[in-house]
Write a protein that binds this ligand. Structure first.
Ligand code: ASP
Length: 618
């Protein structure tokens, strides 16, 4: 059938299809209180069932769907016209709301008690047969979804996600406004601010050979706003980082960015806890308990192996190095001799794992650099384990005590550097938590504090900032900054929710000397510091209040609130893991004249073919 065959000649006149029609309701908002009302609805055909004299159309708009009935006995012409409706046609329906006949209600649908009996139908536009059904349950390859994002976004789940995102943004604004925070925009074309990633650069036509950087965050601008006296700032702001992408990262993402003057760590934390309470209450009706617990970075690493622990379940990592200090087992001897550790976790009552499944766990930890995974199953007559013959009964007994192990528990050990052991076991813990359904459906927040200020980077052969270079050291550690920079702790804090780092910030260096000293420890000479951050160093000399702040991952927060698996499901137009927009095909080649104007030449031999696909899941 031709695209517009079902439209009347009047409807083909694209300029005047609406005529006198005005929407009275959204489809998804109707319910039994509307019975007997005449309504005018605009929306898309979600599904059509033709039962001869009766045609049922599920009609969809952003609020949901409603059933429309076309009855040949009641209105022949309209019924006939409805025969031509197909999926994704855009229509207007005028009709009366009635209770569905007994036995035909659909309890799963919000509008499932009622239906709309159509007296008028207008077809605004036909549609090609969509490449995938617009339904939530459909498993569609993500690169197809992203190419036809306008169709993908019609799916109820994504509509709800973006509506929720809007709500969250409004609540953020309400909350901060009430507390006297000012929303101030900061530039997108700016000078590079380091947040540990590569910059996106924008060439300047007016200044050939010079580049702007897209902001990795508004860090320095918000600090300058404090120096300028604004006292409390926030912004829902786009940030750009050119780094390797994972399911919870995008090249451009949104932060709730905050900065406050005359504050200490606890002040920033209390304000942000209040924000979480407000958002969860207003958008999900959930009451959160505050203050959130705090845990030091070291404790998080020791107990969970990661700096963003999921504290919804136990199965914590236990250091058993002490027990094996004098072990005859070669593997342990060697690792401990080189200053490594032996860490273990105890999987309670785990009788179900086959040898094959245990072998798979070894492959899992190998991805985190672990050379091996030792296992033991606790039985009534001792352990069943490939290494049991190398261990003494005392050692095994002590391990059981330390891990509170009982019969049928599976013990897993990694002997390696503490970095590898933590990473591998920490991630294994999460993997097993999911696989064995140990993670309850709760929201558990935890502040991670007492991070080191600097850490030594073996490849760069220098100290690098754990957060960013503007983070203040703890006052009591300032004397150590000169002699033992690696031991200095920072006035920094991360907020972790269910194993996701959703926010991070710090108190800043408001004293010029301290800031200069930190730059120096980062291996930045006077001149380089002046070249890169001269404006900040200068501003610090003109009356800088003590200040601090935080930034929240707005996308991640929405991902968690909407129970989505990926931040791509809460961003209207996300990019793939290869940083490509499959709908618009950005990035793309540009006209040689544009390059000429920018004084840019593409090096000969540069491969200009783009990668394809989403990169992670097809
Ligand atoms: N600018 C930091 C970030 O984007 C957050 C902060 O320190 O406020 O991670």
């Amino acid at each position: 059938m031709g695209k517009f065959e079902q439209q009347t000649s009047e409807e083909k006149n694209l300029t005047d299809l609406l005529g006198d029609l005005k929407r009275t309701d959204y489809c998804g908002n109707l319910d039994s209180k509307d019975i007997s009302r005449e309504v005018t609805l605009f929306g898309w055909v979600s599904r059509r069932r033709d039962l001869g004299g009766l045609i049922f159309v599920e009609m969809r708009d952003r609020q949901g769907t409603v059933q429309v009935v076309f009855n040949s006995e009641l209105n022949r012409a309209v019924h006939e016209k409805a025969q031509g409706l197909r999926s994704e046609y855009v229509i207007a329906v005028v009709g009366r709301v009635s209770l569905r006949p007994e036995g035909t209600a659909n309890p799963k649908l919000k509008t499932g008690q009622i239906e709309v009996s159509a007296s008028e139908l207008r077809i605004f536009n036909a549609s090609q047969n969509p490449p995938f059904p617009i339904e939530d349950e459909e498993q569609v390859a993500e690169n197809v979804r992203l190419k036809y994002r306008y169709l993908d976004l019609r799916r109820p789940k994504l509509q709800q996600n973006l509506i929720l995102r809007h709500r969250v943004a409004q609540e953020v604004r309400k909350y901060f406004d009430r507390l006297g925070f000012l929303e101030i925009e900061t530039p997108m074309l700016t000078k590079s601010t380091p947040e540990g990633a590569r910059d996106y650069l924008v060439p300047s036509r007016l200044n050939p050979g010079h580049f702007y950087a897209l902001p990795q965050s508004p860090q320095l601008f918000k600090q300058i706003l404090m120096i300028a006296g604004f006292d409390r700032y926030f912004q829902i702001v786009r940030c750009f980082r050119d780094e390797d992408l994972r399911s919870d990262r995008q090249p451009e993402f949104t932060q709730i960015d905050v900065e406050m003057s005359f504050v200490q760590v606890g002040d920033v934390q209390r304000i942000m806890e209040g924000l979480m309470v407000h958002i969860f209450k207003e958008t999900k009706g959930i009451d959160l308990q505050i203050p959130f617990p705090s845990m030091s970075y070291i404790e998080a690493m020791e107990r969970y192996g990661v700096d963003k622990p999921d504290i919804r379940f136990g199965m914590e990592l236990v250091d058993v190095s002490g027990i094996f200090r004098h072990s005859n087992f070669k593997v342990f001897q060697e690792v401990l001799g080189k200053g490594g550790t032996v860490k273990a976790l105890c999987v309670k009552g785990c009788t179900s794992f086959s040898r094959k499944e245990i072998d798979e766990l070894t492959t899992f930890v190998a991805a985190y650099g672990a050379k091996g995974l030792l296992w033991a199953r606790v039985g009534v007559d001792g352990w069943q384990s490939p290494v049991q013959k190398y261990l003494t009964p005392e050692e095994m007994g002590e391990v059981e005590r330390k891990l509170a192990a009982a019969k049928d528990d599976l013990l897993l050990f990694i002997a390696d550097t503490s970095k590898v052991a933590n990473q591998a076991l920490g991630n294994l813990r999460l993997h097993l938590g999911e696989k064995l359904h140990l993670i309850p459906d709760l929201y558990r927040f935890v502040w991670i504090v007492d991070f080191p200020l600097l850490e030594y980077d073996e490849t760069e052969k220098r100290y690098v900032a754990v957060h960013h270079p503007f983070t203040a050291p703890r006052d009591e550690d300032i004397p150590k900054l000169k002699e033992a920079p690696g031991e200095v702790k920072a006035k920094a804090y991360d907020l972790v929710l269910n194993g996701n780092e959703i926010g991070g910030g710090s108190i800043r260096n408001h004293l010029r000397e301290i800031q200069s000293l930190v730059f120096e420890k980062l291996g930045m000479g006077e001149e380089e510091a002046r070249e890169r951050f001269g404006f900040l160093l200068e501003a610090l000399e003109y009356g800088t209040p003590p200040h601090g702040g935080i930034a929240f991952g707005f996308d991640r927060l929405n991902m968690i609130l909407s129970a989505s698996d990926s931040i791509r499901d809460v961003i209207a137009f996300p990019k793939t893991q290869k940083a490509i927009c499959l709908m618009t095909d950005a990035p793309s080649r540009v006209d040689p004249r544009q390059l000429e104007e920018l004084s840019i030449r593409i090096k000969s031999g540069v491969a200009t073919n783009k990668a394809e696909g989403t990169g992670d899941r097809a």
